[in-house]
Write a protein that binds this ligand. Structure first.
Ligand SMILES: Cc1cc2nc3c(=O)[nH]c(=O)nc-3n(C[C@H](O)[C@H](O)[C@H](O)COP(=O)(O)OP(=O)(O)OC[C@H]3O[C@@H](n4cnc5c(N)ncnc54)[C@H](O)[C@@H]3O)c2cc1C
Length: 262
């Protein structure tokens, strides 16, 4: 079984800096990590290979040249091969064009299963996994917390819901996005670190995956981030107390009028 795991390199920080001109993330000089949810996807891919006793795990990332570091780390965590999708044509892409680029590369790799994280901690949209399955017209299951069975062209998975879980049978090839409840990622082994150091990372651009430059990156993005800003902190608020509920209601209405909220 050939498993492709999509991983995103993200800033290792909560106070992201936004470039005021381009409204995109400042990545220069910011420590980067593998998106936390993707470490569970890598682990799950390796566990399936171990469970089946055969197969290959390829990690795939679209990003700037420095994203190679995230791919090497993924190899130290047990992945076999790595592909970096890197080109100016891919820059500034929204989730539609990001998932298209990944889908075209996945089509070229031809796997039986695609694993992705539930969401990325910077863009936070959780749209890329479903977007990949849309572009490939493959089945998908999201918020997967357990892969019960896998093989013979099908996977049986548990998908987390707000108030429980559902069990789905998914025909392969398919796209699964995973949550952190699915496993406990292992630490990199010494052997893994050495393999990562020597590993040859394949790099593809738009020509290698047959992408039309007009349909990817900022050019191919139906959405653009108009403005990114931190919402202003709200004040503590005021507690309105009175003898009776009708008196509280009267005071609230007076306050609303005073503040000209309506
Ligand atoms: C603050 C901010 C807000 C944004 N808001 C929007 C928005 O509202 N709409 C929009 O279309 N775009 C938005 N973007 C752009 C968006 O971040 C990028 O399109 C990004 O490449 C994918 O979206 P995401 O980060 O939300 O990923 P998600 O959809 O949350 O990622 C889910 C999973 O997909 C995989 N994945 C995601 N990106 C990659 C990658 N580059 N390489 C490999 N695997 C990947 C990973 O497995 C990840 O766990 C925003 C970016 C920022 C920084």
């Amino acid at each position: 079984m050939h498993i492709v795991v999509c991983i995103k390199q993200v800033p290792d920080t909560t106070n992201v800096r936004i470039n005021p001109k381009t409204n995109t993330l400042e990545r220069e000089g910011v420590e980067s990590i593998i998106n936390p949810f993707d470490t569970y996807a890598i682990e799950e891919g390796v566990r399936i290979r171990e469970r089946l006793g055969e197969g290959k795990v390829t990690v795939l990332s679209m990003g700037p040249p420095q994203a190679e570091a995230a791919l090497r780390e993924a190899i130290s965590l047990g992945a076999d091969e790595a592909v970096l999708l890197c080109s100016r044509a891919f820059a500034g892409g929204d989730t539609w064009s990001t998932s298209l680029v990944l889908a075209l590369a996945i089509k070229k790799l031809g796997p039986d299963l695609v694993l992705a994280g539930k969401q990325a901690i910077d863009g936070d949209t959780a749209q890329v996994g479903p977007g990949i399955s849309y572009h490939l017209d493959w089945p998908q299951a999201c918020y997967v917390s357990k892969i019960r069975e896998i093989g013979k062209g099908q996977a049986v998975v548990e998908s987390l819901l707000e108030n429980g879980k559902e069990v789905l049978a998914v025909e392969l090839p398919a796209v699964l996005t995973v949550v952190k409840e699915i496993n406990e990622p292992r630490l990199p082994s010494l052997k893994g670190k050495m393999r990562a150091k020597k590993a040859v990372i394949t790099t593809w651009n738009e020509t290698d995956i047959g992408a039309d430059p007009e349909l990817v990156g900022l050019k191919g993005s139906p959405t653009t981030v108009a403005r990114v800003f931190s919402p202003s902190r709200r004040g503590a608020g005021e507690m309105i107390k009175a003898e009776s509920a009708s008196e509280v209601a009267r005071l609230v209405v007076a306050k609303i009028k005073e503040l000209k909220i309506v």
